[in-house]
Design a protein. Structure first.
Length: 298
């Protein structure tokens, strides 16, 4: 946004009229999720899906299919709910067909940051990713407790980036993000590079890896040490919440004995140079592996 413009995207969102949205890949996991929420809006939404099996899923959900050229021709924003590896050829096909000023919204920053997307000077690139409901979210209903992914009942934040300083375009992105990931509490604006540093580095390379490590540790306690699974699972789940509450929020101090055990865990499991994953060159290597590239050109 311009430094002289005091209008915020959220201010403009409240004044937005309906606009045209195209969903490409409407039958996939994210395609179905975002479409389930978009049908609740007043926007003109067009659903596109190429695979015959996927088309059947879209029709079974009660949604009308539109051929891709017709779906994107007059769309104000195009939501690309397709796998990262398909974004290159998909954007090569659809970007030349878009009207000037249209917005292309991807749901993950990897391909955008790696420069794999076809772009146009008069087409705006944006990325938005859900934060998922916080482990500290105050849930009040069974539906909120069951919605660990978000987009159904439990509120969540979202992270967004846009390569434009036009408040009206930012407002369209924010309104779309709030719709597809609803219910949304806050939309946090970052750069595409910063979003790539958050996803994958912070949340996949580190947080999801730690989650998988916890499962491996649980299996080891049960299968190798012979601890009853119910006992091991109960103590792990409870202590995981305490560990996160103490570590991330400072709810309570760790005991002296726990701090010693934590130091032993770091010495035994964590490499001294682990923070290198936040470096740009390491991010490039990580994304190259994820996107099956030899390297990322800068």
């Amino acid at each position: 946004m311009s430094t002289t413009d005091t209008t915020t995207p959220t201010d403009t969102v409240a004044r937005l009229e309906t606009y045209g949205i195209a969903v490409i890949g409407a039958s996939g996991k994210m395609g179905m999720r975002v479409s389930d929420n978009l049908v609740k809006t007043d926007h003109a939404v067009f659903y596109s899906e190429n695979s015959p099996a996927g088309q059947e899923r879209v029709r079974a959900a009660g949604r009308e299919l539109t051929e891709t050229p017709d779906a994107v021709r007059d769309a104000d924003i195009v939501v690309l709910a397709v796998p990262d590896l398909a974004l290159g050829p998909v954007t090569a096909d659809i970007v030349p067909q878009l009207k000037p000023g249209a917005i292309v919204l991807t749901l993950d920053p990897a391909a955008a940051y790696a420069g794999l997307l076809t772009t146009r000077d008069d087409v705006i690139q944006a990325v938005a990713h859900p934060c998922h409901p916080s482990i500290f979210l105050q849930r009040t209903t069974p539906e909120e407790y069951a919605d660990t992914f978000g987009g159904i009942a439990a509120p969540q934040d979202a992270i967004a980036a846009i390569e434009s300083d036009d408040p009206a375009k930012q407002a369209i992105v924010e309104a779309t993000v709030r719709a597809i990931y609803a219910p949304v509490i806050d939309v946090h604006w970052v750069t595409i590079k910063q979003l790539a540093q958050l996803e994958p580095t912070l949340v996949e390379t580190i947080a999801c890896m730690v989650g998988a490590l916890l499962k491996e540790a649980l299996d080891e306690a049960v299968n190798t040490m012979g601890v009853p699974e119910a006992a091991a699972r109960s103590i792990l789940l409870g202590h995981t919440q305490v560990a996160l509450a103490n570590g991330l929020r400072g709810d309570n101090p760790f005991s002296d004995a726990c701090l010693i055990a934590m130091d032993y865990g770091k010495e035994s499991i964590i490499k001294d140079d682990w923070k290198k994953v936040f470096r740009d060159d390491e991010l490039d290597k990580n994304l190259a592996r994820m996107l099956h590239l030899d390297r990322i050109e800068r």
